[in-house]
Design a protein around this ligand. Structure first.
Ligand code: GLN
Length: 188
């Protein structure tokens, strides 16, 4: 199994470290041909406008959309925004996941927070400790996209549509590898 991490901006190095810890071969994706031979892709957190603009510059938009038709892609935070059909403002998006997101929905950087989530798909049942950094919320899911987890107040923070995954939070910044393992099970 070989997993790519979009490595043009954001915390791609942290995702690669976790994947390596799980014994997975990894590749940094910066150009379209880097997608060749991959079984799945992670789009990291960072700044979604920057990730979008650089993806346009590097000719990645269409290749990434094509890749997502047949492969697992997981977007964390900015990556989730980039996957979405609608971020309520004009910026380059892949637009391949039927979710509407609201950027910076919890406020500014200083309003970042951590929360324990219930995520039924993760094999062991204990709460999943999630880190939110100037995070988006997933305002709504459409089509066959499904809610995977919400905050206690009902706001959606994780969703899945077939092989596409979106999380508002950053599993790559914790020691808990369950979410990465779940992603790998989809990429198989
Ligand atoms: N605020 C960023 C954005 O809107 C996302 C932050 C993050 O990825 N931690 O793109």
């Amino acid at each position: 199994m070989k997993i790519g991490v979009l490595a043009i901006q954001g915390d791609f190095a942290e995702h690669i470290l976790i994947l390596k810890r799980l014994g997975v071969e990894t590749a940094e994706v910066r150009l379209p041909y880097h997608l060749d031979g991959l079984d799945g892709l992670i789009i990291p957190g960072g700044e979604s406008t920057t990730i979008g603009k650089l993806s346009v510059d590097f000719g990645l938009l269409e290749p990434l959309r094509e890749f997502g038709k047949t492969h697992t892609i997981w977007g964390t935070c900015a990556g989730a925004i980039f996957l979405s059909k609608d971020a309520r403002r004009s910026q380059p998006l892949l637009g391949i996941m039927d979710i509407t997101v609201e950027r910076n929905a919890f406020g500014r950087q200083v309003d970042s927070f951590e929360a324990d989530l219930v995520i039924p798909e993760l094999v062991e049942g204990s709460p999943y400790h999630a880190i939110f950094i100037r995070a988006p919320i997933i305002e709504s899911v459409q089509g066959d996209a499904r809610v995977m987890s919400t905050l206690p107040d009902g706001r959606i923070v994780a969703a899945r549509q077939g092989k596409l995954l979106a999380t508002s939070f950053h599993p790559e910044l914790t020691q808990d590898t369950r979410f990465h393992q779940y992603f790998l099970s989809l990429a198989k």
